[in-house]
Design a protein around this ligand. Structure first.
Ligand SMILES: [Zn+2]
Length: 234
């Protein structure tokens, strides 16, 4: 019985989720900038996910919602990954239904300079997390052109074997997307999250999704599938 208890407690602690929602800032229109953290201990692979940098791209926060729900419920994922999620990176833009923030700044053009409140706060939250292996920047056009893609951006070369693995996983879990790779150089303009983070992190997955003809439900499903995709490529 004693051994069984030890085993049970070890098995439990291996998957116990340490969850916290914390506020990293308050915007001009008094909206909170929130980080949702799910960790299971050190020596895990760190994933940082931001959505809705552009206020009108609300489907991206639906994807983040689906992603978060899957993180909560998928012990196979949480055994391996620590996750930080900012579901709404530009809440004033959501409120105003604009791409930009209250000050008409495009928050995804201020990653290399320090004059945008939201971007600064998000960068601060990122810097608090050491060794981010996967960074997701989720966009989603709500109407107009049908423009969906996933870019895998990295600073260093990816081997063909790794590329094949990533494309296979994409085909399995995110089959509506094409497999695109882009090597980022330190001389590239780092005003966008995808370039800034690709230079900073070991490698980066940037996701931009058009949801013009897609329901909230499908957006959430895509978010859920993203956890499976990540599980298959790292
Ligand atoms: Zn966008």
């Amino acid at each position: 019985v004693f051994l069984l208890l030890i085993f049970a407690s070890c098995a439990f602690s291996a998957i116990a989720l340490n969850h916290a929602d914390y506020i990293i800032g308050k915007t001009k229109l008094n909206h909170t900038l929130e980080v949702h953290r799910y960790t299971t201990g050190s020596n895990k692979i760190n994933v940082f996910y931001i959505a809705n940098q552009h206020g009108e791209e609300t489907k991206s926060s639906k994807m983040a919602e689906g992603f978060e729900a899957a993180v909560k419920n998928n012990t196979k994922y949480t055994e391996r990954f620590n996750t930080w999620i900012i579901p709404v990176s530009n809440p004033d833009g959501v409120h105003l239904n604009t791409q930009n923030n209250y000050y008409n700044q495009n928050t995804n053009r201020f990653w290399n300079i320090t004059t945008c409140y939201e971007t600064n706060k998000i960068k601060g939250a990122i810097n608090d997390v050491k060794n981010i292996t996967i960074f997701i920047d989720n966009h989603a056009l709500n109407s107009g052109e049908n423009y969906s893609y996933i870019y895998i951006r990295t600073k260093s070369d990816i081997s063909q074997t790794k590329k094949d693995q990533i494309c296979k996983a994409m085909n399995t879990y995110l089959s509506s997307f094409k497999c695109n790779f882009e090597k980022v150089s330190s001389t590239d303009n780092q005003d966008k999250a995808a370039y800034y983070m690709a230079n900073k992190a070991k490698y980066t997955i940037l996701i931009e999704v058009s949801q013009s003809n897609t329901s909230d439900k499908t957006a959430k499903q895509l978010g859920e599938n993203l956890t499976r995709f990540i599980g298959a490529i790292v």
